[in-house]
Write a protein that binds this ligand. Structure first.
Ligand code: NAD
Length: 399
């Protein structure tokens, strides 16, 4: 939280960024919920740490992902919930910002165990969430099956069919087929448009992370005619001078569990991957991927933040001074929350939306946002300024 407020104070020079009362208001969430989920595994009781942070609902209902990851902590939730507030405001959605999760490594649990843990999470949060109050979505380590569990449990407890309690659900449960692709496709369109703006031709493209976001960014870029030269996941990275066959890579990842089993290419560690020469680096894995340790070794000319908060804000200036253009998370990966809005609406009104219409609308929205904010290389500052201005106007009127 402090890192974002410090960034706003030091980088943006406007009435609101100089207003200490406003910055103090933003630095404290509306509500932070920290609770335990005791769970019996292998004869032992584990006490799992669970969180839901509701940052701000001045512009609309709380909205934000639900993640299962060993790195989930209150600090992480606070930052990510704040980012959601900024993202919803930038994308002009009737949403605010929230984030939740449980600190576990989902790979160590069976599907049935995850289901039990998630049901307990919903039970304990029941009074603080709602279709018109706080709506969840998939994030790191969660998927449409987890969203289905949340929907089922919430509907059962409240004896009310409540499809809009989450987005990212299967299509047969008022989901939208396009939601699964939306974040990755949005990242690909943001990359395509930004490349044209900075004038980079035939770029060497690297993608860190090959989960939901990285995979579909790769699929769309490949479809748009770009060559993807490098991909990494938690087990390591691959670099192929002749380009990677993305459909083949998806099969390898599905069958063998990692991109490193793709043949006929150079293998590097996940850390080395980031500092290998490339023109475009799409960050679609974890927070803090570019940090004080590796910033000086980064060689990309364009960085697109598919993940949330993948660059330590304190070193962004170093990247900008190296003439690197950065498309920030709140713009680049907002496709997910944008399409989530239509899914939320479908659950409330039964109105359906076609994939082609959603994709066209997403592409146009990203283009509009980049046209507004790519006036100079500091796109993040321009995005934050747009988002915060609206929040500031409400703050001034309200208090
Ligand atoms: P995911 O769990 O589907 O995939 C994460 C990927 O990152 C996996 O391929 C994993 O192997 C890889 N990874 C983990 N550690 C790595 C490392 N050290 N180096 C390289 N790769 C590594 O998650 P996701 O849904 O694709 O989310 C990725 C990021 O995008 C997160 O920051 C998430 O908050 C953000 N995001 C996701 C969505 C969405 O709709 N899924 C929307 C907005 C933002």
């Amino acid at each position: 939280m402090e890192s974002i407020c410090k960034y706003i104070k030091n980088t943006i020079n406007t009435e609101f960024s100089r207003n200490e009362e406003f910055l103090n208001y933003l630095s404290v969430p509306y509500k932070s919920i920290v609770f335990s989920i005791p769970f019996k595994k292998g004869g032992k009781i584990q006490t799992l740490k669970a969180f839901r942070v509701q940052h701000n609902n001045d512009l609309g209902i709380f909205k934000g992902g639900f993640r299962l990851s060993p790195y989930v902590s209150l600090g992480e939730m606070l930052v990510l919930a704040f980012l959601m507030t900024l993202k919803s405001s930038l994308w002009e959605l009737p949403f605010g910002g929230a984030k939740g999760g449980i600190s576990i490594d989902p790979k160590e649990y069976t599907e049935e165990e995850i289901k039990q843990i998630v049901k307990e999470y919903v039970k304990k949060l029941n009074n603080d969430i709602g279709e018109d109050w706080d709506v969840m979505a998939p994030d790191l380590g969660t998927n449409e099956t987890v969203m289905e569990t949340i929907f089922n449990e919430y509907s059962q407890i409240n004896k009310k069919f409540s499809p809009s309690i989450t987005t990212g659900k299967p299509e047969y449960l008022y989901g939208l087929g396009f939601r699964k692709f939306s974040t990755g496709y949005g990242v690909a369109y943001a990359t395509d448009i930004a490349l044209k703006k900075v004038g980079l031709k035939n770029p060497r493209i690297f993608i860190q992370g090959f989960g939901n976001v990285g995979r579909y960014a790769a699929v769309k870029l490949y479809e748009l005619g770009y060559k993807i030269s490098g991909v990494s996941d938690s087990k390591g990275g691959i670099i192929c001078e002749n380009g990677i066959d993305i459909n083949k890579l998806i099969k390898v990842k599905q069958e063998k569990g990692s991109v490193v089993f793709y043949e006929d290419c150079k293998k590097v560690s996940s850390e080395e991957f980031l500092t290998e020469p490339c023109d475009v680096l799409i960050l679609a894995a974890l927070e803090n991927a570019i940090n004080k340790e590796n910033v000086n070794a980064i060689k990309a000319k364009l960085i697109v933040e598919g993940a949330n908060f993948p660059i330590d804000l304190e070193i962004e200036d170093t990247l900008l001074k190296k003439n690197i253009t950065i498309v920030p998370d709140i713009l680049a990966n907002g496709g997910g929350v944008y399409v989530s809005y239509f899914e939320w609406l479908k659950g409330k009104t039964s109105q359906n939306f076609e994939n082609e219409d959603l994709e066209k609308s997403l592409k146009e929205k990203i283009e509009t946002l980049l046209n507004k904010t790519c006036k100079d290389r500091n796109i993040r500052k321009n995005c934050y300024t747009l988002s915060l201005r609206k929040l500031y106007e409400i703050f001034i009127k309200k208090y």
